[in-house]
Design a protein around this ligand. Sequence first.
Ligand code: PHE
Length: 474
Amino acid sequence: MVAATSTAEGWSSRSAFILAAIGAAVGLGNLWRFPTLAGESGGGAFVIFYIGCVVLLGLPLLLAEIFIGRAGQTDAVGSIKVVARESRVSERWWLFGGLGAMAAFLIVSFYSVVAGWVLYYVGVFAADFGSALMAGDPFRGALAGESQEQIAGRMGDLFANPTLLLAMHFAFMGVTLFIVARGISGGIEKAATWLMPAFFVLLISITIYGAIVGDVGEAAAFLFTPDWSKLTPEVMNSALGQALFSLSLGVAGIITYGSYIREGTKLGSTAVAIAFADTGVALLAGLMIFPIVFAVGLDPAAGPTLVFQTLPFAFESMPAGSLIGLLFFVLILVAAVTSSISLLEVPTAWGVGQMGWSRTTSALVFGGSAFVIGIFCLLGYNVLSDVRPLGFWSIFAETDILDTVDGFTGKVMLPLGALAASLFVGWKADRRLLETTTGLSGGAFAVWRFLLAWLCPLAVSIILVTGLFPSVLG
Ligand code: PHE
C-alpha cells in the first residue's frame, strides 16, 4: 500500500529496520534512566512492574506506530492522514503526528546536552587510560589516587563550565545532524548497522566483567526480588512513563521509522523483537552497573549521578577500571547517537514530507534550532540557574530549564501522543487495513486490538492525570 506521497527512501531489508529501531529505542533511557529509577525505587517491584508495562502497553503501541508508518509510507503527519483517509475518518488525527514531531524536536534538544556529559566522560576516561598506558600499567583502576570527592566533583565542575558543556553539546548535535542529513540508507541505516553490533559486544563484555569482579548475586537480588511495599503510585507512574520513553513511543519516532519499511508484513514479530531487545538491554544495564556499585559498597539510590559519580568512583578500585570505564562511557555514547538520530529524523521527515524542503535543509533547520534550545538547557546549570521556565505551574515550580523541557515532554506531550495513537489505531483504523498491513489475524489480532483500544488509553490517561496532578495520589 504505497501512497502517492511516498518518500523515495527506505530500509534495505527487514533486519535493517529492526536494527535501526532497536538503535532508536536503546539509549540514555536504558543505560542512564532505567538504572537510576530502579535504584531509587528499590529495585525488584519496579523492575517487574516495568516489564508488565512493556508487554501489556508498550508492545501494542509499538505495533500500532509501526503500522501507521508502514501503511502511510511518509512522514508521521502524512502517514496518519493516509490511514485516516483509507479508514474514512477525520484527517484531523494528523494533529498527534504534529505533536509528536514537536516532542521529538524538544527531546533531542536536551538529549544532546545529556549525551554531551557522556562525551565529556569519554574524554576524561580516554585521558586517564592514556596515562595508564604511558605509565606501563594499562590494567590499573580508574583515576588512580583521586578521592571520592574529587571524582564526584568533576560533574559539578563540568556543570559550572558553560563553554565546556556547549562544546560537548555542539559536537554531539553536529554528529546527529550529519547522520540525519545523509539520509536513510547512507546515514541512519549505516550508523545503525555499524554501531549496534559494536554496542552489543561492549554491553555483553562489560556485563561479564561486572559478573567477575563485582557482586552479581546482590545485584540480581536487588533487581529481581520484589518488595511490593515499594510499589507506590509514584513508582508505578514513573515505570509506565519510562516504558513509553524507552520504547520511543508517543513521539512519532516509530511511525517515522516504520514509514521506511518497504516489504514484508510480519510486523508483529518485528515489534516483539524490538521490545524484547530494548527491555533486555535495560535489564543488562542493571546487571552491569549494580554488581560494580555493590562490590564497593556504594548506594544504588544515588539518582541521576549514579552513572556519573558513583560508578567512576567504583572503577577506581576495580582491576582494569580505567579501560572498562572508558568502554562504559563509549557504550552509552553509541546508544545515545542511534537514539538522537531517530529523534531528529521525526521533524526532519516532516519538513521533507509536508513542507517540501530538501533533507539537508530540514535537518539543518531542526537540528540547528534544537541546538539553540539545548544551549538554554545547559545554561540552566550555571548562568541561568535561577530561571524556572514554567515556574507558575506547581509541578514545575522548582524545575530548571533542562528538567522542564524533559518534564513537559515526558509528562504532557509523550502521554498525549501515546493516548491519541492508541485511540486512533484501536478505534478508528480500518480493520482490513490493520490486518493486511500487520499480517496479524485471529486471536493475536483480537488481543492486540483489545489492549490498544482499552488498556492503553486507560493506563496512559492515568499517567497523564497523576503526572499533572500529583496530589491525586495523596
Ligand atoms: N528511547 C530512547 C531512549 O531510551 C529515547 C527516545 C525517545 C528516542 C523517543 C526516540 C524517540 O533513550
